[in-house]
Design a protein around this ligand. Sequence first.
Ligand SMILES: NC(=O)NCCC[C@H](N)C(=O)O
Length: 408
Amino acid sequence: MPHNHGADSEVGTLTTVMLHRPGNELKRLTPRNNDKLLFDGIPWVSRAQEEHDAFADTLRQRGVEVLYLTDLLTETLASEEARAHAISSALSGLHLGDTLRAYLAVALAEASPEELTGLLTAGIRNDEVRGGHGLVTSLLSPYDFLIDPLPNLLFTRDSSVWVRDRVAITSLAMPARKRETQLTELIYTEHPRFAGQTQKIHGWHNEHVEGGDVLLLSPGVVAVGVGERTTPAGVERLARQVFQAELAHTVLAVPIAQERATMHLDTVCTMVDVDKVVMYPNVAHSLMAHAVTVRERGETDTDLVLDVAGAEPFLVAAAKAMQIDTLHQIDTGLDPVTAEREQWDDGNNTLALAPRVAVAYERNDETNDRLEAAGIEVVRIAGSELGSGRGGPRCMSCPVERQPLTTD
Ligand SMILES: NC(=O)NCCC[C@H](N)C(=O)O
């Protein structure tokens, strides 16, 4: 049966979502590598899995189809061509050397699709290989990774993002995450559910854009955070591509502080209704946006001539582009210290299941209370372990299909 994959908003009823159940890749985290691997602590893996299973169950109970990235990958790797592609990309790093690369290529080719998924996601450590011994294996430490683990796969939001009926394969800025998009690209290209019926925009080889920075404010209006992850050139490239494919009429480029606490736009602002956002109060008054529109079309996205407006307050620029009177900020009224604590714990990182229904971490009591007072149904989930990677319900979910808000 053909699917209507895609999303034209942040809040249309969520039909299908891609998640990643945390697995052995989290067991690779140690106090020596957690910073490099972008985790703030060492999660208790079985509890993280329980929390994640509860999150997935909550979504299913609300009628959402949950696709797991690893299931999709394993199904994709049933194809010889996809396997060969996955293996050569995973072994392309310059740290391996020819002897080890050749040995690993054979060993990976002999693995079953399930085993290969495990190796591509949890990685391979030098002390785990039995052959391929030579200069490189001898000189590397036994604990060095030959294929890096991908603990941040948990945050499926960042490695792909649907804009209407197209999927953008993103280009992740941090070295620890770069390989994630090799896997999402492979899934969207080769998995039978997507192959041949999924048009792609952007790509891992393009300028940096991360999905957590991309907010579909309304059909035709895309906001893109520009900060630690998405670069100015990244937003320009994405804007060109969505304009060329006529997926949007306005892209709002939104500068955000280049800090870990605000690594993506969705760490400070998410939508909970067609005209309401929950926003970190400490930035609400300073967040600005440049509206980018098309002045002149051309043959390709590089020929487009863009108009870039001067900076305006984000809520003002957004409302104008969305052609509504006001984009309301739910007034959480939190004192700056509580606001800072709850922002750090992803209080503003909600996942809308439909207009006025949002999944949020239970720990952010005050933000959640204020959301409820404003008429939003808050579906609370536990995230004490999940949160150690600094991501909330929105970060942990890639909507593959939402019911359209567009009426035409
Ligand atoms: N959209 C998001 O904010 N995703 C959270 C990503 C957390 C991950 N540990 C990272 O640093 O990239």
